[in-house]
Ligand binder design. Structure first.
Ligand SMILES: NC(=O)c1ccc[n+]([C@@H]2O[C@H](COP(=O)([O-])OP(=O)(O)OC[C@H]3O[C@@H](n4cnc5c(N)ncnc54)[C@H](OP(=O)(O)O)[C@@H]3O)[C@@H](O)[C@H]2O)c1
Length: 234
């Protein structure tokens, strides 16, 4: 049972629902995001921090000194904006949050768990990790990179008590999922239940729903084919 959890990226969306679900199960939870989470609970504390800032590393390390008995970390911080060829800086920002923030959290928190031989790190990637997109190339590229990294770590940790799981959702009903067509949409409570159902399991990759993963793979395949010039942009 999870007693001490850290949820990174939890002022909104899937991270907020996961925080609420953990508190309902009696866990003590610390959240990190740039805005405070709308939660008032005796077992909850919040750290206001941008994961793309250099201070994030020290903030995490300081939190683990204060709360070393961590059982679970969920990395849910993520952004994704449409490509603007006149402003590639927003693409860099997407990698800073979705990849470098995630890699820093993995280094500090998973590293701590490995040293203590205890804990489960769950990272949120996406079924878009197989997509080739002209509309959101930084989002799909960042998810491809972090998926391969987390899953490689999962292979390296096989047989150990410490676990890492790469959770790949299709469409979840949050402000991030703005597409006009959102097949197999799930809500944030269902997403949170799916995340927490992974805790303690030896799953390197957990995908929900598989149908969206197949659609993403097919769309990626089509995007790379010469026929793609005949199709609307994905
Ligand atoms: N929604 C979907 O359809 C979907 C599908 C597949 C995968 N995912 C993945 O699931 C994760 C959560 O997405 P969501 O839909 O819940 O998004 P969301 O509702 O937009 O929430 C994103 C959370 O990340 C935090 N965040 C963003 N930038 C941050 C930064 N620089 N530093 C600290 N925290 C930051 C936000 O808090 P602040 O703004 O307060 O910092 C917010 O709490 C993301 O990795 C996303 O890629 C989502």
């Amino acid at each position: 049972m999870t007693q001490h959890a850290l949820v990174i990226g939890n002022s909104d969306g899937i991270g907020l629902a996961t925080t609420r679900a953990l508190l309902a199960r009696g866990a003590m939870v610390t959240g990190i995001s740039r805005r405070p989470a709308p939660i008032d609970h005796p077992q909850y504390e919040h750290i206001v921090q941008d994961v793309a800032e250099p201070a994030f590393r020290d903030i995490l390390a300081g939190h683990l000194r204060h709360q070393p008995d961590i059982d679970l970390c969920v990395y849910s911080a993520g952004i994704g904006t449409d490509l603007d060829l006149e402003n590639l800086a927003s693409e860099t920002r997407t990698f800073a949050v979705n990849v470098m923030g995630a890699v820093t959290a993995t280094e500090i928190v998973l590293g701590h768990m490995i040293a203590r031989d205890h804990g489960h790190f769950i990272g949120l990637s996406s079924t878009a990790d197989v997509l080739w997109s002209a509309q959101v190339p930084a989002y799909t590229g960042s998810k491809a990179g972090i998926s391969r990294y987390w899953e490689g770590l999962g292979l390296a940790l096989r047989g150990r008590k410490v676990k890492i799981t790469n959770v790949r959702f299709g469409f979840v009903d949050t402000k991030m999922a703005q597409a006009p067509f959102r097949p197999f949409l799930i809500d944030t409570d269902e997403a949170a239940r799916f995340i927490l159902a992974q805790v303690g399991k030896n799953r390197i990759r957990a995908t929900k729903p598989h149908a969206t993963a197949f659609l993403a793979w097919a769309a990626g395949f089509m995007a790379r084919s010469p026929l793609s010039r005949l199709l609307p942009r994905v």
